[in-house]
Write a protein that binds this ligand. Structure first.
Ligand SMILES: Cc1cc2nc3c(=O)[nH]c(=O)nc-3n(C[C@H](O)[C@H](O)[C@H](O)COP(=O)(O)OP(=O)(O)OC[C@H]3O[C@@H](n4cnc5c(N)ncnc54)[C@H](O)[C@@H]3O)c2cc1C
Length: 477
């Protein structure tokens, strides 16, 4: 086990990608395995913050007291090829998991974009991302998890093992009786929501832990369902001279059903393309662009898929010079690079300004697509603060990122953020579809849930962490 108690030796663990910083941290622990982690928890009486890879963008892995435990060594991966299950250590990154699965011709389709993120971090935030349009979030793939409570007690939980009776959980685990009530959130966003605890009637206990941002337990390993590696994925980058035409195409792409249903539909507004163009001159400055992917499951349906795509584009009279189809690995890598590069350029800019990231992660239901666009346009149109809009438009989950140059603009951007959050809340939208609440988005949770609901979440935390020591400050105070 590695233990560091001199701040200068563990600087890299004191921030996340939102540029949130930890203060007053006493020690960093890097356990080699689960047993060492349990021993730390049994001895430590301090506040504990869990650090995966620090790619989170809501300050969840940062804190202003106690110790930090990094999961980076919990990396073991066991593949059960026959039943298509992978048991993966929480500290393994998405990239490491994909590389291991590839050896067995298997595939985990949830792609939360940033490949250095850990699976534990993905579990804790109920991550989703580009391909959630077709496959949803990590929640849909979790079959089992090892959960360690702040006391060091271990819970081995399987999906369907413990189901609530209506809104009450009442079960015995490790010879202890646990009973608590929930409230029904009646939310439309069960398919993509990372704002607070998941609560509904007759639910699986596993779903309470997924997306709880490390406030209930530390996950050490996770069994995920995986799929056969597809024969290929067709990737397209399409430019538009008008935003309206782009939205028309999006609506039609959304209607396509399986087996042709796209894996992802990703949007880039004019400002995103201009920013990308300033760094990568191979990207065009246009009114809008889409990146989308189609799954080619078997070689024998390859031709059918391409014919389908051809006829789709023909209907929308999109000029062939505006369609960039990735027929080779090189071109695919280029498109993925464009998609991954934009948030990285933004995060780098925010770090240079010494500010914290201001990025929305709202989502609304499909019937509210036009209203969502109208609200964004109305609120953003007059602003002088630079911003970009991009993201998972297939899920109506766009990220508006403000790029303030100074504190004045930063504060103004926060005001706009607050107005946007209020509007999304009124529409029954989520204020965090995939990134979580962490510390940065706590003040906006009220636009989704009233105090009674937030108090209920706090009560549930106390059941699993009576002293409120684990990942304290995430989701609620
Ligand atoms: C360029 C970029 C693009 C991104 N795109 C997406 C996207 O498309 N979709 C998406 O969902 N996210 C996206 N993210 C956000 C981020 O990658 C995810 O939130 C990811 O799940 C965080 O994983 P991590 O290992 O870095 O966790 P960290 O940042 O270290 O931690 C995140 C939270 O999880 C908790 N945590 C971590 N590990 C554990 C554990 N083992 N047990 C309990 N709690 C734990 C932490 O305490 C913290 O609260 C993006 C980030 C970047 C930088």
């Amino acid at each position: 086990m590695i233990i560091k108690d001199k701040k200068e030796e563990f600087e890299k663990y004191l921030k996340d990608e939102s540029n949130s910083k930890s203060e007053n941290i006493e020690k960093l622990y890097i356990p080699e395995n689960e047993e060492e982690l349990i021993n730390i928890l049994k001895k430590e009486r301090s506040f504990i913050t869990i650090y995966g890879s620090g790619t989170g963008i809501v300050g969840g892995a940062t804190n202003n007291k106690g110790i930090i435990i990094s999961t980076e060594k919990l990396k073991e991966i066991f593949i059960h090829k026959k039943n298509k299950i992978v048991q993966v250590g929480a500290g393994a990154t998405l990239k490491e998991l994909a590389e291991e699965l590839k050896k067995y011709d298997l595939w985990y389709p949830v792609d939360s974009t940033e490949q250095t993120a850990t699976i534990g971090g993905n579990f804790a935030t109920n991550a989703s991302g580009t391909r959630s349009f077709r496959f949803g979030c990590i929640r849909n793939f979790v079959e089992a998890a090892s959960l360690i409570l702040v006391t060091g007690e271990k819970i081995n939980l399987k999906r369907k093992q413990i189901i609530s009776n209506n809104l009450t959980f009442d079960f015995e685990i490790n010879n202890k009786r646990i009973k608590f009530d929930m409230v029904d959130l009646l939310q439309k966003f069960y398919f993509k929501n990372s704002a607070g605890y998941y609560m509904k009637k007759n639910m699986d206990l596993m779903d309470l832990f997924i997306g709880s941002e490390g406030t209930l337990a530390i996950v050490t390993d996770i069994s995920l369902k995986v799929m056969d590696m597809p024969h290929d994925i067709a990737v397209f980058l399409v430019y538009f001279d008008s935003k309206e035409k782009c939205f028309e195409v999006i609506k039609e792409l959304k209607k396509i059903e399986v087996p042709y249903k796209p894996l992802s539909i990703e949007y880039f507004d004019k400002n995103s393309l201009t920013l990308l163009n300033s760094k990568l001159n191979t990207v065009d400055k246009r009114a809008a662009a889409l990146v989308f992917e189609f799954l080619i499951e078997k070689s024998n349906n390859e031709e059918k898929i391409y014919m389908f795509i051809d006829s789709f584009f023909a209907r929308y009279e999109i000029d062939s010079k505006d369609i960039f189809m990735a027929s080779s690995k090189y071109k695919k890598d280029f498109i993925f690079h464009v998609r991954e590069n934009l948030p990285q350029i933004i995060n780098e800019y925010i770090r240079q300004q010494g500010l914290k990231k201001i990025s929305t992660d709202f989502a609304v239901s499909d019937d509210l697509f036009d209203e969502m666009i109208m609200i964004y346009d109305n609120i953003l149109n007059g602003t002088k603060i630079p911003y970009v809009v991009f993201g998972h438009i297939g899920d109506n989950n766009l990220h508006i990122n403000f790029l303030p140059k100074n504190d004045k603009e930063y504060n103004k951007a926060l005001e706009l953020y607050e107005i946007l959050a209020g509007e999304m809340g009124k529409k029954g939208g989520t204020i965090s579809a995939e990134h979580g609440i962490g510390k940065l988005k706590k003040r906006y949770l009220k636009y989704m849930y009233d105090n009674k609901i937030i108090d209920k979440m706090r009560e549930i935390k106390k059941i699993f962490d009576s002293e409120m020591r684990l990942n304290t400050g995430n989701i609620f105070d």
